[in-house]
Write a protein that binds this ligand. Sequence first.
Ligand code: ATP
Length: 138
Amino acid sequence: VERTLAVIKPDAVHHADEIEDVITRYGFSVLQKRKVQLTPEQASEFYAEHFGKMFFPSLITYMSSGPVVALVLAKDQAISSWRELIGPTNSLIAKQTHPDCLRAKYGTDDQQNALHGSDSFTTAEKEIRFFFPDSIVE
Ligand code: ATP
């Protein structure tokens, strides 16, 4: 079993129950869950790889505009299956090309895209530690 970090972003938190139903229906186990309001500093740390990009300031404003729900999901190939279930980064494109994905359903555009998913094993472990610093390393 593999673990990944999912984040329900501020624009989709009001749909969190519905999204969690989809998560369990797709066979993921929710190992940990936490609702947290990120400070701009914490959002900047989480998205540090994008520092300096044009969209960075508005990304930080968006990610700290309200609480997010962070979930540790487990399943065989959790990282790629969760990325597939959320769909393309840009929700506008997702609505055209992958109408059943979660970003098509709950997101709005290239920034407000409702959900995050770790993109590799290394990133997943790092992002899980970011939201769940007390979690036991397996
Ligand atoms: P995430 O890391 O949130 O799962 P991703 O890996 O699909 O998304 P990244 O390229 O890592 O996409 O971008 C991180 C986040 O920054 C995106 O999810 C989106 O909210 C925002 N973002 C990415 N590209 C743009 C853009 N061109 N304009 C505005 N916001 C953007």
